[in-house]
Ligand binder design. Structure first.
Ligand SMILES: [Ca+2]
Ligand SMILES: [Ca+2]
Length: 117
């Protein structure tokens, strides 16, 4: 498990404007929806896999090898939606310090710092 890589993927998403107030905890369902949208954004040719080139375009070539090492469970050189989703949910659960099924702002911040547990 490499939270750093997942944090890099999340950080590569266009930064939303700072919320005026705490939007409240993020649920697993919300995180899955975010992941799915992010995956579709990165999957430029819409074949259902993130190729090395697609990841390079999204997060920079330097991070591709580490991202593949972290996410590409079947080692086919591409990341499927299922592979991304599984790892993101593992990251979610490891960041969910109080195991209530939601991530508070503080828990999400810890996950982005890469020490979410
Ligand atoms: Ca693709
Ligand atoms: Ca794969």
């Amino acid at each position: 498990m490499t939270p750093f890589v997942l944090a890099a993927l999340l950080a590569a998403a266009p930064a939303p404007p700072p919320p005026a107030e705490d939007p409240g905890p993020m649920t697993r369902a919300e995180m899955e929806a975010t992941n799915k949208a992010r995956f579709e954004e990165m999957d430029a040719d819409r074949d259902g896999f993130l190729s090395g080139a697609e990841m390079a375009a999204a997060i920079g070539p330097a991070k591709v090898a580490a991202t593949l090492a972290a996410l590409d469970a079947d080692r086919d050189g591409k990341v499927s939606a299922a592979e991304l989703s599984r790892q993101m949910l593992l990251a979610f659960d490891s960041a969910d310090a109080d195991h209530d099924g939601t991530l508070t702002l503080a828990e999400r911040a810890a996950m982005r710092r890469g020490n979410g547990r």
